[in-house]
Ligand binder design. Structure first.
Ligand SMILES: *Cc1c(COP(=O)(O)O)cnc(C)c1O
Length: 396
């Protein structure tokens, strides 16, 4: 069956997957059906709501266990996690950091918090993430080696790190990216904010970078209200991350000694309590989201002119936010599709505006970004909450 693309066929394909008994289907809703209330109540009843408490320690242990990273440090949000990751790999004022232009603003903001300059890299169609081949060619053109690292011969600034992002949960091609970082002496930090539960070649994302950042914002696969974490396999970096995010206070029974300018970035115990309850449900969230993706894939397989994006080879994705890509010849229909679906209470949304197009980043260095430009012109996010994969939809 080949149905030609128009907004109505997209709406019908979405309706064939989504429950019909809901007034409004949003892009992503949190789901609290486990021990959330019991654990939060325990915090309130015991008074341990704030900066110390057993749920922070447990959440960090559970996160490390799930991701296979040796250490996890819980923090206030994903942006703070990225900020500390960049500081700890040595990003300094005046450095450049290579990041995808196709990302959420937090990736670029965190670079700026270090006094560094985002340098924008193109994406690849297969993963929607940073393109390692394109990056390798580009560095061959612009990079030169000095005694203290890799330099951009055009701007004269040091290039310190690369921050790939696993777009909407789909892992970037980490092996060749890791190789290019090794070759040029660049630090690899993964923005894994969207990829909790996503695996690359059998190993959880966030294990390739020296440090990685997770987010537990309200729209992510699990939420702590607001929250984030730093992952690392390096014991010393884990200890420094904990120290820096807890005001750099030196442990002592009564003395209030801080040995450097630290940050108050720790995750409150009450948020960690939510996180522990949410982590218990993560395997079921992933299962439901993957089954929702299967149903979307089937529903859109018969519609020509648009395709449902599926996980790159070698990876197992959490399908955090599902994606439709419109064929180029149908681009003029994008806004009509967004309009019709939203008018019918099915929330859909284009991707972020590319970072190099935002006013505060428009003078930052960049390579040719035509693939990312092409992807965002074609991309539509569609409803992806875990509960949508759990309800059995019976045809009327
Ligand atoms: C959500 C997100 C973050 C971190 O966001 P916070 O709201 O600070 O937790 C960082 N990068 C990306 C790509 C994200 O999607």
């Amino acid at each position: 069956m080949n149905i030609p693309l128009n907004p109505q066929t997209v709406l019908e394909a979405l309706r064939s997957v989504l429950p019909s008994n809901r007034e409004h289907v949003s892009l992503h809703e949190p789901s609290f059906s486990g021990n959330e209330e019991a654990y939060v109540r325990e915090c309130i009843n015991t008074g341990w709501v704030s900066s110390v408490g057993k749920f922070v320690d447990r959440f960090e242990r559970d996160l490390a266990e799930f991701t296979g990273a040796k250490y996890a440090v819980a923090v206030v949000n994903g942006t703070a996690a990225l900020h500390i990751c960049l500081k700890l790999v040595g990003v300094e004022t005046g450095d450049e950091v290579l990041i995808p232009t196709l990302t959420f603003a937090a990736t670029a903001n965190a670079v700026t918090y270090c006094g560094a300059i985002p340098h924008f890299v193109d994406s690849e169609k297969r993963t929607l993430g940073l393109d390692p081949v394109h990056l390798t060619d580009y560095l061959a053109e612009i990079a030169e080696s000095h005694h203290d690292g890799c330099y951009n011969r055009i701007t004269g600034r040091r290039i310190k790190a690369v921050v790939p992002m696993h777009t909407f949960g789909h892992p970037v091609d980490l092996d060749p990216l890791f190789a290019v970082c090794q070759r040029y002496g660049l630090e690899l930090v993964e923005d894994a904010a969207e990829s909790l539960g996503s695996f690359y070649k059998g190993r959880h994302t966030g294990n390739w970078g020296r440090l990685s950042a997770l987010s537990f914002n309200g729209n992510k696969i699990i939420t702590t209200g607001g929250g984030g974490a730093i992952l690392t396999n390096d014991e010393e970096l884990a200890a420094r991350a904990k120290h820096l995010t807890t005001t750099a206070k030196v442990p002592h029974r009564w003395e209030s000694m801080h040995d450097m300018v630290g940050y108050n970035y720790r995750l409150p115990n009450i948020n960690a309590a939510l996180g522990c309850a949410q982590l218990e449900q993560l395997p079921s969230f992933i299962y439901k989201k993957r089954s929702l993706a299967d149903r979307y894939k089937a529903a859109f397989s018969g519609v020509t002119g648009i395709s449902f994006f599926t996980e790159p080879e070698y990876s197992k994705s959490n399908y955090w936010l599902n994606i439709l890509l419109i064929d180029e010849q149908n681009l003029s229909q994008r806004d009509a599709i967004l309009d019709l679906t939203n008018r019918n209470s099915i929330q859909t949304r284009p991707a972020w505006i590319l970072m190099h197009r935002l006013p505060m980043f428009d003078l930052c260095p960049r390579m040719n970004l035509s693939v990312a430009e092409n992807i965002v012109s074609r991309l539509i996010n569609i409803p992806s909450s875990a509960y949508l994969g759990g309800e059995v939809h019976v045809e009327a």
